[in-house]
Design a protein around this ligand. Structure first.
Ligand code: 3HC
Length: 325
């Protein structure tokens, strides 16, 4: 793919060459730098989608905070859900450096014009689902997001460093929940296996459509935003979780999962892309519920935004008064 020409920055004839040279040299682009519109648009689209995933992703796990099986589990889960809110904030801030406000992005989410990850449209039916979200969902997120720490856009890359550190703690807490359940009573073991059965395929869908159908991968990779394709990351993830499932003593529900000596990777079964498309269209098991809850939370928080604005106005007025001789 060739990076497209852009005509909006003709004031300084050299900006495009400088931008291309920085991308070629794997240097970071910063908010002050001129950039082509499709670079900016791709970043805003991806970072907004990512931020929305973090805050909608709080819902399925928050569902278990009051029912966590011990005080310790409750404290850990509470901290994890708060971490996800923090990730949303870092990411909205990174997107804001590109000139799109958080309010605009949230409006687009609430109107269904920007997406969030398909995975959060599935229900958390048992406590084991909290373990599987940590192990598989956060595990998939880490696989996808560690390369984003090397993203060509500085503010996104820097936000990802901290997010990935926290996600790797999240993954371990999920693995540990499953480890305990898998060695517990037959009913606990069965609950863990049932959760793995329900989340395995949706977690493979998190990486997005197959490369041949991925609309944005070429542009993203040419610009050093994405470093690996959707299929490459999906394969990395499968290769990572197979030995982990063995260590847990749980089975991945995929009859075609087999080590391929020639490829040096695990082969895995065909994903049901019609299910993925339905979830993206808004017809997953929890799409409506998730968006309704999000809109309600936003409306409930209106007084906080008003108070913050009033406080900022008061401070600005005080600063002006103090500056007046
Ligand atoms: N769920 C919802 N939408 C998805 C999707 C998924 N699993 N996979 C792809 N899509 C959407 C894309 O956003 C795009 O829609 P758009 O044109 O309206 O923006 C469309 O399907 C075509 O897909 P592409 O492959 O062309 O899109 P991308 O190049 O953007 O690749 C991606 C998709 C790999 C998800 C990429 O956006 C990405 O790496 N995003 C950053 C990471 C991210 O968003 N992760 C969310 C996971 S959950 C999470 O982080 C929370 C944590 O707490 C677990």
């Amino acid at each position: 793919m060739t990076i497209t020409e852009d005509t909006q920055h003709t004031g300084d004839g050299g900006w495009r060459e400088r931008f291309d040279a920085m991308i070629a040299a794997d240097e970071r682009i910063e908010p002050r730098d001129d950039m082509p519109d499709d670079y900016r648009d791709t970043l805003v689209r991806q970072i907004a989608q990512h931020a929305h995933s973090e805050i909608i992703g709080m819902q399925p796990e928050a569902n278990w905070i009051t029912r966590a099986p011990s005080l310790k589990r409750k404290a850990v889960l509470l901290a994890k859900v708060q971490d996800e809110a923090g990730h949303g904030l870092y990411l909205y801030s990174a997107a804001e450096t590109l000139g799109t406000s958080r309010a605009e992005m949230l409006d687009l989410l609430h109107e269904g014009r920007q997406k969030y990850s398909s995975i959060f449209n599935y229900p958390t039916l048992t406590w084991a689902d909290v373990g599987v979200i940590g192990w598989l969902v956060d595990g998939a997120a880490i696989t996808n997001q560690v390369p984003l720490c090397r993203c060509s856009y500085g503010p996104y890359a820097r936000a990802m460093v901290r997010i990935c550190k926290e996600e790797s703690f999240h993954q371990r807490q999920g693995f540990e929940i499953l480890h305990v359940l898998a060695r517990g009573t037959p009913a606990q073991r069965e609950m863990a296996q049932d959760a793995v059965n329900r989340w395995y395929w949706p977690s493979l869908m998190m990486f997005g459509p197959p490369d041949a159908e991925s609309a944005h991968s070429d542009t993203s990779m040419a610009y050093g935003i994405k470093r690996f394709s959707n299929d490459e990351l999906r394969q990395k993830f499968v290769d990572m979780i197979v030995p982990q499932a063995e260590a847990l003593g749980l089975t991945l529900p995929d009859a075609d999962l087999v080590w391929n000596e020639r490829r040096g990777h695990y082969d895995f079964g065909e994903i049901d892309w019609s299910e993925f498309k339905q979830v993206l269209k808004g017809n997953g098991p929890c799409n409506r519920q998730r968006l309704e809850r999000r809109r309600a939370a936003h409306a409930d928080g209106a007084w906080v935004r008003e108070a913050a604005r009033a406080h900022a106005a008061n401070r600005a007025a005080r600063t002006r008064e103090e500056a007046t001789p």
